[in-house]
Ligand binder design. Sequence first.
Ligand SMILES: C[S@@+](CC[C@H](N)C(=O)[O-])C[C@H]1O[C@@H](n2cnc3c(N)ncnc32)[C@H](O)[C@@H]1O
Length: 272
Amino acid sequence: LRRTLAEAGIDNPAYEARLLLAGVLGIGLPALALRSGRPLTEAEAATLEAFAARRLAREPVARILGEWEFWGLPFALSPDTLVPRPDTETVVEAALARIPDRSRTFALIDLGTGTGCLLVALLHECPKAWGLGIDRSPGALATARANARRNGVAERALFAASDWAAAVSGSFDLVVSNPPYIASPVIATLDPDVREHDPMAALDGGADGLDAYRRILDEAPRLLRPGGHLLLEIGYDQGESVPRLAAGLPLAIEEVRPDLSGNARCVALRRI
Ligand SMILES: C[S@@+](CC[C@H](N)C(=O)[O-])C[C@H]1O[C@@H](n2cnc3c(N)ncnc32)[C@H](O)[C@@H]1O
């Protein structure tokens, strides 16, 4: 399998082969490493062959497996949800850096929740916090609800449909969002793994990629308690354009935080 994937030009053939095999066996990678050399059953071999064929047709491994890990937690995917990216963990880190006492009660809202990964990861870290996950896609909301249940935070998580925060009232200590931020003309140039499998509503940020930020920054002062924080994931080249949109709003820019590759990834703002 590794060789077939390598010959097809897949980037990480050994890693992907292990992930697909672990998926067939219904175990994690650590368990796969310890597994004795039992041959695959006929059914397992057929499933692996089907998985390989899908991968060779450029379907991402996450889509084939139907779930992906984020912040060490499992998240089910659906055609309506983005695959959670490791870069997005930068937003979780930036949020936790602003929560000195994780055992206190506070309220957070995740705008464009998708799989629910940001909200669920933060509720998992902060056992007395509660949160609202917003998305415009009913399919994404159903998946996010299931993920909250699966990760044991459902009793502190609510999910609701809204066009950004238009249908939301109330105030929050923390607003997080990873909105669509790819400029529409750039979408055609994206890798087919992304362009053909992630939902367009999760990618398309309008003509200059900044449409969602304009909306969210306008709504944030109303949503945030004084001293509350807004954390926005941004594209690698938006470290100046997104903070600029906050000019004139009662929001102070605290930092533009890089991801593990050193790219600008998260803008942190505080309600003045
Ligand atoms: C880039 S994805 C992020 C998903 C998830 N938070 C993550 O980090 O993986 C953006 C999400 O915003 C949602 N979205 C797009 N436009 C929206 C709108 N006008 N109102 C609410 N949600 C929207 C999409 O459906 C999608 O789930």
